[in-house]
Design a protein around this ligand. Structure first.
Ligand code: ZN
Length: 260
């Protein structure tokens, strides 16, 4: 089997046998894949610190006949995010973003936008250390790229706009006068008139924050003196939606929520 190479970002690693590591990565050419790094847990492994979560690297690997796992031959670090692990909240966001990417992306399908999003968020987090903002941005975009994001400007039941003018130029950035309501058992976001019992609220502030995140890069939002505020209610909506679609709980979520 020929040696292949691709840019890649490490998502997660697991011990395998006595000395190896099982590595989950997102690669540019093949999307998410899993591979074995032989000897990676030995003290003088040739992989060094390359297999830490979110490390951006060039990866050389072999396909193995009739096996799902590739064999990782070599890595070269292009950009390390090791310093994020020294900051507790940043390290939790890193873990959550890696776990979500690992859970949401199908195996072996190139997903360039998801690749660029993860790199964008890791760089933004390193630059700004605004952990909540970086996580909020990552969540909104992950859900949008997965095709799960409902219309943030109008009611999914009756179609009524909750922002001021349906065709006005200010719609995208408008805070909108009304909150919307949601429940995982019913897709979309719903206005006060269409709200059903048991639905939870997504406030005007949370909706405005999400709209702004869809319209500007993370570092630009972070520099803004009035940067979007990511509330627990905002995070709960997007994290619940991800868990609903992947049909399981995110292990890193609880640790992150306890760190508030
Ligand atoms: Zn409605």
């Amino acid at each position: 089997m020929p040696l292949q190479d691709s840019e890649a970002i490490v998502l997660r690693t697991y011990p395998l046998g006595d000395a190896d590591r099982l590595v989950s990565l997102i690669t540019r050419t093949q999307g998410r894949l899993r591979g074995v790094a032989q000897g990676a847990r030995r003290p003088k492994s040739r992989f060094g610190a390359a297999l830490e979560p979110l490390t951006y690297l060039r990866l050389w690997f072999y396909e193995r006949e009739n096996r799902d796992l590739v064999r990782i031959r070599q890595c070269e670090i292009l950009e390390s995010f090791l310093d994020l692990h020294g900051d507790y909240r940043s390290s939790l966001v890193t873990a959550l973003a890696a776990e979500i990417t690992d859970a949401v992306l199908p195996e072996r399908e190139p997903q360039d936008a998801a690749f660029r999003l993860l790199l964008h968020v890791a760089r933004g987090l390193r630059e700004t250390r605004q952990a909540s903002l970086a996580l909020g941005y990552f969540l909104v975009w992950t859900i949008r790229l997965a095709g799960w994001l409902p219309d943030l400007d109008r009611c999914s039941s009756c179609g009524r706009f909750v922002t001021q003018a349906p065709h006005g130029p200010s719609v995208a950035s408008s805070a909108g006068p009304e909150p919307l309501y949601w429940s995982l058992s019913q897709p979309g976001l719903h206005c006060a008139n269409c709200r059903r019992p048991g639905m939870r609220t997504l406030s005007t502030e949370a909706l405005a924050a999400a709209r702004r995140m869809l319209a500007a890069p993370l570092h630009q939002l972070a520099l803004d003196a009035n940067s979007p505020r990511v509330s627990p209610e905002f995070e709960a909506y997007f994290l619940d939606m991800i868990e609903h679609h992947i049909e399981r709980h995110l292990a890193s979520r609880r640790i992150y929520e306890e760190s508030r």
